[in-house]
Write a protein that binds this ligand. Structure first.
Ligand code: NAP
Length: 265
């Protein structure tokens, strides 16, 4: 019942977690706006959705910051409001800091941090006016502690934590909830699509992702977490990640020593 007729805008809906979430939200009766760069993949996702009144395809590159305002205006115009913005679009990294072009660092920040925060900023005024709204950014455990080969990815997700923790406090009295989503390992193409140091695709499936939870399961956990208005919604946290999270909070020196020799793919 919670999701019935809710207008949900999902970025990164052409693949993985975002695609599964769009599907599950549609199944739950929501009205769904799907965004990503790959319009064809969005079309193929929606092709089996029979209720033409409950979906809208809005192609969007979240790194094209000059276009965020008009994309938000387009999304708002379609049904007159947005109840939930799920800022899921993201790209990972597989390169040592010293081997990563500055343009790649900037691109990852542009997508993962500024694309998310920028879109939230565009949607906020309408949510404030309507006195309600859900903003759910998808971060990562890499936003809690950093590892080799993920320096900029981790920084982009930590930036999300800073932005959305502050935002949550700002909008609490305005009826807007902020649910921070923290996946561990989910079986998607995130590692295949990850950028190498020159901006090309890493092209390999990581064993961690391969053995992760399904995106469908992740989508259901996210939906339940938002329904319960959980501050942070975690999923797919493998035991070694759970240990690292504990160490990062309580014994950062031990984690720092372990990371020097940790086998990170
Ligand atoms: N899978 C995991 O284990 C895991 C773990 C931690 C965090 N996450 C986070 O979960 C989110 C979803 O990732 P995923 O695992 O589902 O990976 P994925 O299958 O690679 O999906 C990434 C999605 O982001 C979209 N995207 C990438 N760059 C974009 C851009 N510039 N503008 C608009 N959309 C863009 C992609 O669509 P287009 O290429 O069509 O634009 C795709 O729909 C990401 O934020 C990721 O950091 C995933």
């Amino acid at each position: 019942m919670f999701w019935k007729n809710k207008i949900c805008w999902i970025t990164g809906a052409s693949s993985g977690i975002g695609e599964a979430l769009a599907q599950k939200l549609y199944d739950a009766g929501a009205r769904v706006i799907v965004s990503a760069r790959s319009e064809n993949k969005l079309k193929s996702l929606c092709s089996s959705w029979e209720d033409r009144e409950r979906w809208y395809i809005l192609p969007l590159d979240v790194a094209d910051h000059d276009n965020l305002a008009s994309a938000a205006a387009d999304a708002l115009k379609h049904w007159g409001r947005i109840d939930a913005l799920i800022n899921n679009a993201g790209v990972s990294q597989r390169s040592l800091a010293a081997d990563t072009d500055f343009s790649v660092m900037k691109n990852i920040m542009d997508i993962n941090y500024l694309g998310s925060a920028g879109l939230a900023r565009e949607v906020l005024p309408s949510m404030i006016e309507q006195g309600s709204g859900i903003i759910a950014p998808v971060s990562s455990v890499a936003g809690k502690f950093s590892t080799p080969l993920r320096t900029t990815y981790s920084a982009s997700k930590m930036a999300l934590q800073g932005f959305y923790d502050g935002l949550r406090a700002e909008v609490h009295d305005k009826g807007i909830q902020v649910n921070f989503i923290v996946p561990g390992f989910v079986r998607t193409n995130i590692s295949i699509n990850a950028m190498d140091g020159k901006g090309g695709k890493h092209g390999e499936m990581d064993p961690n992702q391969e053995s992760g939870i399904s995106p469908e399961n992740a989508a259901l956990i996210i939906m339940k977490g938002i329904e319960k208005n959980k501050l942070e919604i975690t999923m797919g946290i493998a035991p070694k990640v759970r240990l690292a999270l504990f160490l990062s909070r309580n014994f950062p020196g031990i984690l720092a020593r372990m990371l020097r020799t940790a086998e990170v793919k």
